[in-house]
Design a binder for this molecule. Sequence first.
Ligand code: PMV
Length: 289
Amino acid sequence: MATWSAPGKVFLFGEHAVVYDKPGLAMAIKPRVLVSVRRHRHPAPAKSPYIAQCFRELGVTGSVYVSSQMPSSAGLGSSAAVTVATLSAANDEFRLGLEREEIAGIAHRVEQAVQKGRASPTDTYVSTMGGLVLIMDGARRRVPPVNLNLVVGNTQVSHSTSRMVELVAEERAARPAVIYPILDAIGALTLEGVRKLEDPKTLGKLMDTNHALLDAIGVGHPALTKLVLAARAAGAFGAKTTGAGGGGCMIALSPKTGKNRIAGALDGAGGRAFVTSLDTVGARKEHDV
Ligand code: PMV
């Protein structure tokens, strides 16, 4: 049996704008998803379509045990983490000799197949490689790691990423003169954010601006606004929606001390909060569970 884990992710900047080839910055975060794979000729059918597709892609059969501390369907990349950890564990168990880059590529294909072509390579790449990843000019590259104190707030309002992407496409088609420059500005914020990673006060301000621009393109939600305002009032340097919006999660950038106060404020405002930080490792082998 082989056990591997893979982290989730948040967008620090640039969600939606990346769909239109503008820059974005994503970050691998704790918690992780753990997956054990055991060689098995006649395994029970996989419970998750992602896992079933992983085995189809690799042309092997095995039984799988998943342990996840990550909320699913919240925009934190849990399906990508399950996919990456499954592929990594199967690669190990069956000695397939796949490199990390190849696993990221196959993981993206798996998500594409399950999500009917609507999956960007961001989640699977970030989960495989870990760290901070700048998406730019059709490529993804890691930027030097920085220790950011983040608090994630889950509105627990369910949302559909593909619906939100569609909504932005409709807005953009209906009001190009308004929406095009906003998407450009979001891309510019990403690049400014990369330059200011070591300056949390400025970074927080940039996050606030990014949040306002996400609202402006129509992916806001009252529950997100409530959590973002609560985080700022509790001392966050800045706060924004992360991911597709319309529900799902927000992130707050916290001073070194004060993370728990912000998390408490988010819980008090009706969210479910957890403190997190950068995961620099990506997919990794674990002791068998
Ligand atoms: O909700 P999430 O975390 O899957 O983020 C979606 C991010 C978008 O930019 C809206 C879409 C994408 O594929 O990049």
